[in-house]
Design a protein around this ligand. Structure first.
Ligand SMILES: [Fe+2]
Ligand SMILES: [Fe+2]
Length: 189
C-alpha cells in the first residue's frame, strides 16, 4: 500500500518540489520514530505521505495555511477511498492528518508521531531557511522568537523524537545567538 500512496503523492506534488521534499523528510522521521514506539506503521506512514496533500490543489496563502490540515484530511479521505483502503484504517489516517498542526488532548500515537516529524522539519536548516524566504529577515526572526523557541521543546514527547530534535534545537539556538551577536557588533560600529 505504501508504494501506491507514495506514487500518487509524488505525482500530485510534482509541481510543488518544496512540499514534496518536506513530505519525504517527514516520512523518514516518522519511520525513525515509529519504529521505537508502539505505532501502527501502515497508518503512520500513509498519514505522513498524505499529510500536506492539499497543496497539490491549493496555493500557499495565510488563509489556506490555517485550514490546510483539514483540507489535506478531506483530500486524503477521497484518495484512500479510491484505493479501497478499509474504512477503519482510512479513518485513523484521516484523523492523524487533520490534527498535524495542533494536537488534541489525547492524540493517537500515530497522530503524535506525525506532529513531531512535521515539527522536526520546521526547526531543521531547511525549515528555518523556508521561514526566512517566506517572511523576510525581520518576520522570520519574529516567528522564531515568538512561535518556535518558546514552545519547541514541548513539541517532542517521544524518546526518539526528542533525540532527533536535540541537535536541531542546539543549532537553532546557536543560529539566533550568532545572529543577535552580529547585529550588536554591527551597531557598535
Ligand atoms: Fe502541514
Ligand atoms: Fe508538513
Amino acid at each position: 500500500m505504501e508504494s501506491l500512496i507514495s506514487d500518487y503523492v509524488k505525482k500530485a506534488l510534482s509541481k510543488k518540489p518544496d512540499i514534496l521534499t518536506h513530505t519525504l523528510r517527514v516520512v523518514g522521521y516518522c519511520k525513525a520514530i515509529g519504529r521505537t514506539e508502539d505505532a501502527d506503521m501502515d497508518i503512520l506512514i500513509s498519514s505522513a505521505w498524505l499529510h500536506d496533500i492539499c497543496w497539490s490543489k491549493l496555493d500557499m496563502s495565510p488563509e489556506n495555511l490555517a485550514v490546510h490540515a483539514e483540507e489535506s484530511a478531506k483530500l486524503a479521505k477521497d484518495v484512500l477511498n479510491k484505493m479501497n483502503m478499509s474504512d477503519r484504517m482510512a479513518e485513523k489516517i484521516v484523523s492523524a492528518i487533520s490534527v498535524h498542526e495542533s494536537l488534541p488532548d489525547s492524540p493517537s500515537i500515530e497522530a503524535k508521531i506525525l506532529f513531531e516529524a512535521d515539527h522536526l522539519d520546521r526547526i531543521g536548516a531547511v525549515g528555518i531557511s523556508k521561514i526566512f524566504s517566506s517572511w523576510g529577515i525581520k518576520g522570520g526572526l519574529d516567528i522564531i522568537n515568538t512561535k518556535i523557541l518558546p514552545s519547541m521543546e514541548e513539541w517532542f514527547t517521544t524518546r526518539k523524537g526528542f533525540e532527533l530534535a536535540k541537535e536541531k534545537i542546539i543549532f537553532l539556538n546557536l543560529f539566533v545567538d550568532n545572529y543577535n551577536k552580529e547585529i550588536i557588533e554591527a551597531n557598535k560600529g
